[in-house]
Write a protein that binds this ligand. Structure first.
Ligand SMILES: Cc1ncc(COP(=O)(O)O)c(C=O)c1O
Length: 363
């Protein structure tokens, strides 16, 4: 048995479900949301509602958030974030044009840090009726974000939260004009194939399998990126999502995040991006001086932390916090695959790696 922490979910294929759902997508809803193939598909479904216009996006946005809007001919401009990952309102206001055309404004609570208050959102809606509000809940889908403002659209990448091969959720509070969706299942099938290969690898340690599933995981998103039409969630993923005990996932994640946060809290070389375990529980993200060196020590012992994919020069020039996060953040896993004992291992190894690297620095 190989023990690894983080990285993509491994899965054994549910053969009965697979046979019952083969090649089908779902038109059903989950929590009143439209069920689509991925977070990207939900953003495409929003992007195609509008003739080419301006999209205001936080500078700390990965390509998968930006591309759907570019695919539909929109112009993306980035607004700055404060040191606490809130919207820099002064900067945002300079970017809002006086126009009768709709302007799309996407905001998100990074790892559960409040980006913008209800009061400010209400004022923006009054002052700038051209704005259409898009709330990205990918980082805090299962947690209470303590906000009552109703955006025009709310979306999240569901597949980050549970062991499903595909899945994104879209709540459209403004009626969608375009309601034709694709029915691709190849993305889901390919990812499930990689997940089952990883499952086998964790049992038998076959390194060739590892090379093969890594290759699939790193390229499978091309299927979504090359497809402009938003597609529905596979019936296979939907049925699993329906049967999932989300409350227990939430509790397990919060408990895991709490264990790890407590361990890292006293390390003077680690700055937690979210010290409150119950605000996000997607990952436990933190900033360290020597990120790449730390990562190099942790990966070979099977601790895989998530990083933000490279940002463009424009994003980094606009926002020092986005730049710092891209260069110095590691996000440790805290999901339902792991126990308290696992989190203690992860925490100990991170602390030791960071201390080793800092000691080398001082030599
Ligand atoms: C905040 C955020 N929104 C949306 C997405 C897109 O989700 P998906 O990968 O399911 O397309 C991501 C992907 O990482 C994300 O981090």
């Amino acid at each position: 048995m190989v023990k690894e922490y983080g990285y993509e979910y491994d899965a054994a294929r549910n053969t009965a479900l697979w046979n019952a759902t083969a090649g089908r997508t779902t038109t059903d809803t989950l929590w009143d949301a439209l069920c689509l193939r991925s977070g990207r598909d939900t953003l495409k479904a929003i992007a195609r509602e509008y003739a080419p216009t301006l999209v205001l996006m936080p500078a700390l946005a990965c390509d998968s958030m930006v591309q759907p809007f570019l695919q539909y001919g929109h112009t993306v401009r980035y607004y700055r974030l404060t040191a606490k990952y809130a919207v820099d309102l002064d900067h945002l206001r300079t970017l809002i044009p006086q126009t009768d055309m709709p302007v799309l404004f996407l905001y998100m609570d990074y790892f559960g840090n409040t980006a913008i208050d209800d009061g400010v959102l209400n004022n923006l809606r009054t002052d700038c009726p051209q704005l259409r509000f898009i709330e990205d809940r990918t980082h805090d889908l299962l947690c209470d974000n303590r906000r009552s403002f109703l955006p025009d659209y709310r979306m999240a990448s569901l597949r980050k939260w549970a062991n499903i091969p595909d899945g994104g959720l879209l709540w459209a509070y403004r009626t969608l004009k375009n309601i034709t969706f694709g029915n691709d299942t190849s993305f889901s099938e390919k990812r499930l194939q990689a997940q089952t290969m990883r499952h086998e690898f964790l049992q038998n340690g076959d390194i060739q399998l590892k090379t093969a599933f890594r290759q699939i995981f790193s390229t499978v998103s091309d299927i979504i990126d090359e497809d402009t039409i938003p597609s529905r969630m596979s019936a296979y993923a939907y049925e699993i999502a329906q049967a999932t005990d989300w409350e227990s996932i939430k509790q397990q994640r919060i408990e895991n995040a709490r264990v790890l946060t407590d361990i890292l809290h006293d390390n003077p070389h680690v700055r937690l991006i979210q010290p409150e375990a119950d605000r996000s529980a997607l990952y436990v993200p933190f900033i360290i001086a020597k990120r790449d060196e730390t990562q190099v020590q942790l990966s070979p012992i099977g601790i895989f932390n998530t990083i933000i994919w490279p940002l463009s020069d424009e994003q980094k020039a606009v926002c020092p916090i986005a730049k710092q996060t891209e260069e110095h953040m590691l996000a440790a896993p805290c999901d339902q695959r792991y126990t308290t004992a696992d989190m203690q291992v992860i925490g100990r190894e991170i602390n030791e790696a960071v201390h080793r690297i800092c000691a080398e620095e001082e030599l």
